[in-house]
Design a binder for this molecule. Sequence first.
Ligand code: SF4
Length: 237
Amino acid sequence: MSKKEIGIYIHIPFCKQKCYYCDFVSFANCENRVEEYVDALCKEIDSYNLEEYEVTSIYFGGGTPSFIDSKFIGKIMSKLKVPKNCETTIEVNPGTVDRKKLLDYKKFGFNRLSIGLQTTDNELLKTIGRIHNFEQFVQNYNLAREVGFENINVDLILALPGGSVGQVKKDLDRVLELKPEHISTYSLIVEEGTPLSKMDLEFPSEDEERKIYWTVKNVLEQNGYVHYEISNFAKPR
Ligand code: SF4
């Protein structure tokens, strides 16, 4: 009997700083809890018999998995016993990754990176509380290519404060130059209680937001990406 196929999601709920729009389960200034969390996670993994399943994908998300010491990521990966041909992704944020971490990720068996850029506009990045600028993203992206990552996703957020069709076209132009294999575009939702919801900012109207969405779809499709899911575009492999 063939084994049941499963994908595994591993949540790393630690970040260097909370972005102003974020309502994910993630905590800043909790580095002293990382070891305890990873130990608990490993215990939980031990409670499953993964041999019973065919693991076809593993995704480390967060939070910011690249924020914690890569030795912890290695410890979790050794518990998962990554099978061959498994798509294994780790989310990294610019400003929290370096050559050593990227080389470690390769060694642990990751074959895909997802990099959180959100926008190429440095002022906007500051407004939404991101810890990095566009130049750091490019440097991290190039480093990832240098160490051999051949499958990279770039995350963008649409309809940011002050966002427009012109701004998103500029983002797409700059990202397309780098030729990532995958691009995710999520529309910003201003969640109640987040710092962003209390800031006096102007957001694109619904009409403008729709135009932004169609601009993204058209530009990415013209550049050979397949719109296979509402927020996701991939180059055929
Ligand atoms: S990096 Fe991601 S998870 Fe962390 S605070 Fe920012 S949006 Fe939230």
